[in-house]
Design a protein around this ligand. Sequence first.
Ligand code: CU
Length: 155
Amino acid sequence: MTYTTQLAARAVLAGGIAALFAACGSSSPSTGPSTGTCTAGPTSTTITIANNAVCPQNITVPRGTQVTFVNSDSRNHTMNSDPHPEHTDYPEINQVGFLTAGQSRQTGNLNIARRCGFHDHEDFNNAALKGSITIQEAARQNRAFLPFCLARIRN
Ligand SMILES: [Cu+2]
C-alpha cells in the first residue's frame, strides 16, 4: 500500500469510527455517586459489583474484548445493556444477565467500537449500578505510541 492510499484508508476508518460513536447517541455517561471503595482503574476489563454499586463505573477497552462482571455483593443483580427496558444498544452485554451472589459472567465479544451504557435491570433507577463501556479501535490506542517509537529510532 502506498503512503497516499494509507492516508486515504485512515481517513475512511476515522470517518467510520466517528459514525459508530454517533450511532450510540442514546447512551449518556453515568454520573453516579462514587463508591468509596472502588480501586479498579478505567482500563480494567473486570467490573465488580459490591455494596450495591459497580466498580469501576466507566471503562475503556480495545475492540474484541470480553468484559467480566463479578457479583461480589450479597444479593442478585441482573446486568443489561441500555436502554431500559429494551436492552437493545449492545446485545453482547446482555449475555451477563442474572448473577446470583458470588457469580460472575463475561459479555460477548465487544466488536463494535462505540460507547454504551449498562444497568442493573432489577434496580434500574440506582445510579451506582449504572456505568458505561467504551470500546475503542485498537489502532487508535497504539497510534499514541508512534511518535515516541520514531523518536527512539532517530536518536
Ligand atoms: Cu433494564
